[in-house]
Design a protein around this ligand. Structure first.
Ligand SMILES: Cc1ncc(COP(=O)(O)O)c(C=O)c1O
Length: 432
């Protein structure tokens, strides 16, 4: 890493170096630009000057189109907890494929997978499957509006519940629910808003830890206060555990001792295939029971697709059973403490937030406890960190998020801590 005089100069150099090292990724990007806007079909993956294209992955390693190898610290934004091409997932998918993949009817996998998910997450007395976390949240919120016969939905600043549920303050194409946006982790202000909207509020939806919003955990008091206020006002409490369910044996809400009325899942639970699920109180989910008169409809060609069902069974039994959450969370806790000790010891404004295997870097002197605090972080410094980590062979989200996966080793943690230490010593003077 060169020693630049200013942050802007360092970032320009890092981008130039990146572009020079990755001609095949640039060519892939230019080709994609002809048929997709900005060459992109998934906005989060874009960054300037062009994003990396990957050729393959194996375990906790990735190789880009120019042949550089990376330690994968991103784990497909939490969907890739198993690592790449885990043998149990491969076996499950291959076996399922051998018997036909689009049967146009029920298959043998669905009941087993549903039982496993309900056992694992007791807040889900019953569930239904979808194809994505976005869809799971769409259905959960729609169910809340339909069953309470109320129009409003409370969400939180910095929250993310899928492509049409973006509450980070920028442009969005959110679904037209009547949203009330509350400040995350601010119990007093949130309770006042709940009281003000009282009997018009169908649901309060939140992540027990903001994932995309910077790995900022809710305090248990905040969750408990939401639980009792929603009960008092007759609104449903929905936990979006698309990311956080992997952090503890029965999900993060359960670890914090709070049971929601509805809960949504996605990502790793489907073993890396397209997946979503919403579930919760039986009296609510049973409204979809098609054998009942007046049942609510819920369709989806791929809701029960055999690849997801088969991969999900393998994921929850062989790859990432409830007990495995503890070791992975402990690994992540140790790494985060170590990284924060490096930054604190050097006196640089850089902190790693999160719980267990989910981490995010913030270029701030203190770990932020709210999205408003997180927004004050130095974005250029975080970009520099991203490009420097790529150069050192570590793949993470440009916004600084990491989701650690099972095949990562102690040696990987040591190597990453060393790379972060090098960043701090060479770049630290630019971060103030
Ligand atoms: C908390 C949360 N909810 C919902 C979603 C949407 O899931 P999907 O991308 O499968 O639609 C995400 C995706 O990142 C998420 O982090």
């Amino acid at each position: 890493m060169p020693r630049n005089a200013t942050l802007d100069a360092a970032l320009d150099d890092a981008r130039r170096d990146y572009a020079a090292r990755n001609p095949a990724s640039r060519a892939r990007h230019e080709r994609a630009c002809a048929s997709m806007p900005g060459g992109n079909t998934r906005s989060v993956l874009y960054y300037d000057p062009f994003p990396l294209g990957f050729a393959r992955g194996e375990g906790a390693r990735l190789w880009d189109l120019d042949g550089h190898a990376y330690t994968d610290l991103l784990g497909e934004f939490t969907a890739g907890v198993a690592g790449h091409s885990h043998p149990a997932i491969r076996r499950a998918v291959t076996e399922a494929m051998a018997n036909g993949i689009s049967l146009g009817g029920h298959n043998q996998y669905e009941p087993r997978f549903a039982e496993l998910v309900c056992e694992r997450f007791p807040a889900m007395q019953r569930l239904r499957f979808t194809n994505s976390g976005t869809e799971a949240n769409l259905l959960a919120i729609s169910l809340a509006v339909a069953t309470t016969v109320r129009p409003k939905v409370m969400v939180f600043q910095g929250g993310y519940h899928g492509s049409v549920f973006v509450f980070s303050g920028g442009p969005n194409i959110n679904v037209p629910f009547d949203f009330v946006v509350a400040p995350y982790n601010d119990t007093e202000a949130t309770l006042a808003l709940i009281a003000a909207h009282g009997d018009t509020l169908a649901a309060v939806i939140l992540e027990p830890m903001l994932g995309g919003g910077g790995c900022i955990a809710a305090t248990p008091e905040f969750l408990r206060a939401l639980r009792s206020a929603t009960e008092r006002h007759g609104a449903l409490l929905i936990f979006d555990e698309v990311m956080t369910s992997r952090l503890a044996p029965h999900g993060l809400g359960a670890a914090m001792g709070v049971t929601p009325d509805l809960m949504t899942l996605g990502k790793y639970v489907g073993g890396g295939m397209s997946f979503g699920a919403f579930g919760g109180r039986a009296d609510l989910i049973d409204r979809f029971d098609p054998s009942r008169p007046g049942a609510l409809p819920h369709a989806g060609t791929f809701n029960n697709n055999v690849l997801t069902m088969a991969a999900g069974i393998a994921a929850l039994t062989e790859v990432y059973p409830a007990s495995a959450t503890l070791a992975l969370s402990a690994y992540g806790e140790r790494l985060r403490l170590r990284l924060n000790a490096l930054a604190e010891g050097a006196g640089v404004p850089m902190r790693f937030t999160g719980i267990g295997s989910l981490l995010a870097v913030h270029m701030l002197p203190e770990a932020p406890r709210t999205p408003a605090q997180a927004a004050l972080g130095n974005a250029a410094a975080r970009d520099l960190f991203f490009f420097d980590m790529l150069r050192a062979g570590f793949w993470l989200a440009r916004r600084g998020m990491m989701a650690l996966s099972l095949p990562l080793t102690e040696a990987d943690a040591d190597a990453f801590a060393e790379a972060v230490g090098e960043f701090i010593s060479v770049r630290g003077h630019l971060l103030h």
